[in-house]
Design a protein around this ligand. Structure first.
Ligand code: FES
Length: 188
């Protein structure tokens, strides 16, 4: 059941854009943040609030790789391995993340999820527009930059603690942002 809070957020997006269709993308993210993926119910709720056909919503969803209909882990980890990041050691870091999670990764961007359902891992070949902080990765769209293996360890440990605090629901984006700041300050 999609919460009132998420419904209000979608209605707010609808009211802040000149065209209802412009609110589809933020609405998709709102559903995904609550449910963990884009559910059928989520598509219907967006369509109802934006007064669109569900197919209109799904067409936009199918265009963006950050919107997914499969159930993934609480955290989607993506390592950028595009050229500027690759020149600063992204490939080795991508391997290291996979090793720490016990997951293989392929260059086709294939996603794999840990048995406990906490992490889904999908290295990406696309630049995430944070080249000045290379090498970098993103977790549920929060950026971690200037990575080292030590920082990867801190990030994964921080995220595991968060997963334990939110066993039955998605981890709020704000909490992941706190892990970003703590990692940058060396406070984890
Ligand atoms: S190449 Fe990795 S963020 Fe641009």
């Amino acid at each position: 059941m999609i919460s009132e809070q998420t419904r209000t957020r979608i209605a707010g997006a609808r009211d802040s854009f000149p065209r209802r269709r412009q609110a589809i993308l933020p609405s998709l993210y709102a559903i995904q943040e609550e449910v963990g993926h884009l559910s059928e119910e989520g598509v219907d709720v967006i369509a109802e609030i934006l007064d669109l056909h569900p197919n209109d919503v799904f067409q936009v969803a199918s265009y963006y790789s950050l919107v997914h209909t499969e159930e993934w882990g609480k955290f989607l980890i993506e390592v950028c391995v595009n050229l500027p990041c690759a020149l600063r050691g992204a490939d080795a870091l991508a391997d290291y993340v996979g090793e720490r999670l016990g997951l293989e990764h392929g260059e086709d961007g294939h996603a794999a999820t840990t048995a406990d359902g906490v992490f889904t891992y999908r290295p990406t070949i696309e630049c995430l527009a944070a080249c000045s902080g290379a090498p970098m990765l993103q977790v549920n769209q929060r950026y971690f930059e200037n990575l080292t293996k030590e920082k990867v360890d801190q990030i994964l440990d921080g995220l595991r603690s968060l997963a334990a605090r939110y066993p039955d629901r998605q981890v709020p984006a704000l909490e992941i942002g706190k892990v970003v700041h703590a990692t940058e300050r060396g406070q984890l």
